[in-house]
Design a protein around this ligand. Structure first.
Ligand code: AGP
Length: 367
């Protein structure tokens, strides 16, 4: 049956709004609510024996991998190497026995990612695949298939596949942490509880849609936009910039908040909006000083934070977008929503073809 947009103007918007449902669906197959445990599908592979992880993907799927790197390291204390698929094979990566190579792909067909998968297989890695299309080539060739249940994604700009990838990767990191004896039963239950809060928090984030639509005209005239984030929210800055580039054709860059003063700060003037992705927390103060560096040069800040962060640093910003207060683990999923909506509304304001942006294909099957 043909996919329908229903009440939505674009598939992208429909897919953004589907996230609470599809993330819940995806989590449903990776956690057991009854005993609050992480439960991966039945596997032939002993994930407890894995000694290192290599993550390979492209585009938005790569950014999901970058977030997951923080989780594998923090929770499971597993060393992680990560690269974009087009670079990976050619740098002759060191692939030692006992490694899990993880490929993340909505389509399961991206040529560079598939070539990297086959390279890792030839080099004795256990192959894991986080894919959204269960009949895809990557799904078939993996030893460990970890499906996302986002349903068909039609918009060229990936949205719901990304948050579902994050949900699977968070569960996988927690599972490996348990297997490696790094999480107590209590800690595992706590993580599961936080994961299960995600759909409600995604809904709260979606409630900001009107506010975000209202501020889009402030961003639409810009030629360049800078996105800043720190820690596990740094990849989101890059994802936000990618979304904006893809569908609004505005040049954007994602940067680590603390790295801005090492170069990009030279770009800042009152024509460059700076989107700061910063949930409150232990590192928030550091981001506030990075914001002051921007303001002092006339930069216009959009702060995406929770009530506490906005109370502390919202003054003087061009705009603020308030998120619910969330556990750091699920922040990347929740904060994905405002960056998606911002890109979407800016593109609509500019009148571009949101679902079929120029020069782009949904699935890139050439290297
Ligand atoms: C995301 O909005 C892009 N259209 C693109 O970067 C995409 O994520 C990339 O091509 C990877 O695709 P895949 O997940 O199907 O492998």
């Amino acid at each position: 049956a043909a996919m329908e947009k229903g009440e939505y103007r674009h598939f992208m918007l429909k897919e953004i709004f589907e996230q609470p449902t599809v993330v819940a669906q995806t989590l449903g197959s990776y956690v057991r609510q009854e005993n609050r445990s992480v439960a991966l599908p039945q596997l032939d592979v002993d994930l407890g024996a894995i000694e290192r992880v290599t993550i390979v993907a492209c585009g938005t799927s790569y950014y999901a991998g970058l977030v997951a790197k923080y989780w594998f390291e923090q929770f499971a204390r597993l060393p992680v190497d990560i690269d974009v698929a087009s670079e990976f094979r050619y740098r002759e990566p060191v692939l030692e026995p006992g490694g899990l190579a993880l490929f993340i792909s909505q389509s399961g067909e991206t040529a560079d990612t598939l070539a990297a998968l086959r390279h890792c297989k030839e080099n004795g890695q256990t192959i894991g695949a986080v894919v959204n299309v269960p009949t895809s080539t990557m799904a078939r060739e993996a030893d460990v298939l970890l499906p996302t249940h986002a349903g068909p994604e039609i918009g060229v700009a990936s949205t719901k596949a990304f948050t579902c990838q994050l949900a699977v990767l968070a569960a996988l990191a927690a599972h490996m942490a348990v297997k490696r004896g790094r999480l107590s039963r209590d800690q595992e239950q706590e993580i599961v509880d936080h994961l299960l809060e995600t759909p409600a928090c995604l809904n709260a984030a979606l409630d900001r849609d009107d506010d975000i639509a209202a501020m889009a005209p402030l961003i639409a005239p810009a030629r360049d936009v800078l996105y800043l984030g720190r820690g596990q929210d740094y990849p989101l800055a890059m994802e936000g910039a990618l979304k904006l580039k893809e569908i609004s054709y505005i040049h954007a860059e994602g940067y680590a908040s603390g790295e801005m003063k090492h170069g990009p700060i030279a770009l800042i003037d009152d024509n460059v909006p700076v989107i700061v992705i910063a949930p409150s927390g232990p590192l928030f103060e550091k981001t506030v000083s990075n914001m002051q560096e921007v303001s002092a040069r006339g930069g216009k800040i959009v702060l995406i934070s929770d009530a506490e962060g906005i109370a502390e640093a919202g003054e003087g910003c061009m705009a603020t977008i308030q998120m619910p207060r969330v556990h750091p683990l699920i922040a990347p999923l929740v904060y994905a929503v405002p960056v998606q909506l911002l890109a979407y509304h800016v593109a609509v304001a500019k009148g571009t073809d949101v679902d079929q942006p120029r020069n782009l294909a949904k699935s890139v099957t050439v290297e």
